[in-house]
Design a protein around this ligand. Structure first.
Ligand code: ATP
Length: 350
């Protein structure tokens, strides 16, 4: 039976990389009924008038409803127009669908030359609060504040999510990155909840804590010390990009935003307007997000065929990159479409 999945092409390089990823996924044996819906500037162009003012002008109700129905989406990057009161479509999606956990696996890829080999870290980022709650105030001209929010509910559920993720995938250790020595209440609550949630997993997953500044130093000295990293919102945002830099950058870093109501899979990179429409973008991060999506569907909808398809795609791109068949950002010479076609050919030979 075909599994319905929402596909959001997005803006900038989004349509090129999502189309490339979709064609490779279709060639992998995963049977998907793609339902194309729009978000970002593409949604405005599809008829939601910017003057209509709702902060959802970039995120039509129909797109949200489609995700709530299928519970799975593969999403290209979306532009947030500057000015005009638009809020980021990415933030709106996470908030409105309560996608509380960001998952960012960071893995070395054979053939991509970087300072380190054998990096294999998963970052779990709390997606809904912290300093990204957006509660900022002007106290008096020249004095502004930004409120960092931590709730026990959100701290507990992200910790539990991390331990469950570790247990399901046989990961050994979760390390909380924090600054509870300074932010004793907010970060203090975060690690207290993590410690307490760990109790139920202590026989299968190790847990430890690192103060984030020292943690940054340690991870760039030796990333192999870390297995999974658990962070509140802002730290998770920063650690994701730092770790992407350990393995070759934005072209190879996938991500997922997961909640009770659904899961949205998307690359960490943005719309890259400088190369949009030129067949230069690397679709790998989007495809890797698609591989995460296939594994997620496999697990949550009991579809081992999707997990097999995910493994086949991974095999195909690992082999292609090892033989330097890749896009320019990774040292190859292929365009977006040609790289996808190479993978489709390799899948046919597997
Ligand atoms: P946005 O405003 O949407 O975040 P941006 O260009 O500011 O867009 P990114 O899209 O993350 O930020 O791009 C940062 C740099 O990385 C750009 O030079 C871009 O061309 C490059 N880049 C990003 N994604 C890719 C990709 N998939 N393939 C090749 N280069 C990429």
């Amino acid at each position: 039976m075909r599994v319905p999945v929402v596909l959001i092409p997005g803006d900038g390089i989004g349509p090129e990389v999502t189309e490339a990823a979709r064609s490779v996924i279709d060639a992998s044996g995963a049977s998907i009924e793609w339902r194309v819906h729009h978000a970002g500037v593409a949604a405005l162009e599809q008829g939601v008038k910017p003057g209509d003012a709702s902060r959802n002008a970039l995120l039509p109700e129909s797109t949200k409803e489609a995700i709530l129905e299928t519970r799975v989406a593969l999403k290209g990057p979306c532009t947030t127009p500057i000015g005009g009161g638009f809020s980021s479509v990415n933030v709106a999606l996470r908030k409105e669908l309560d996608l509380f956990a960001a998952v960012r696996p960071v893995r070395s890829i054979d053939g991509v030359d970087t300072r380190f080999t054998g990096v294999d870290v998963v970052i779990i980022r709390e997606n809904t609060e912290g300093l990204y709650s957006g509660i900022e105030n002007v106290i008096t001209p020249g004095v502004v504040t930004s409120l960092k929010v931590a709730t026990e509910r959100a701290c507990r559920r992200i910790a539990r999510f991390a331990f469950e993720y570790a247990k399901e995938r046989g990961r050994k250790k979760v390390t909380a990155f924090h600054k509870a020595n300074i932010m004793k209440l907010t970060d203090g609550l975060f690690i207290r909840c993590a410690r307490e949630e760990h109790a139920a997993f202590a026989d299968v997953v190790e847990y430890d804590e690192v103060i984030i500044d020292a943690g940054c130093m340690k991870i760039v000295q030796d990333p192999s010390r870390f297995d999974m990293i658990l962070c509140e919102n802002l730290y998770g945002d920063l650690m994701s990009d730092l770790c992407a830099g350990l393995v070759g950058g934005l072209g190879v870093t996938p991500g997922a935003n997961i909640g009770e109501k659904g899961a949205v899979f998307e690359a960490v990179h943005g719309t890259a307007p400088d190369i949009a429409g030129q067949d230069k973008a690397n679709p790998l991060a989007m495809l890797m997000s698609g591989v995460m999506m296939l594994n997620h569907v496999g697990k949550t909808q009991g579809r081992p065929d999707f997990e097999r398809a995910a493994a086949r795609i991974r095999g195909a791109y690992d082999a292609a990159i090892r033989s330097r068949e890749c896009t320019r950002d990774l040292g190859g010479s292929l365009g977006t479409r040609a790289f996808a076609d190479v993978l489709i050919n390799r899948l046919a030979q597997l």
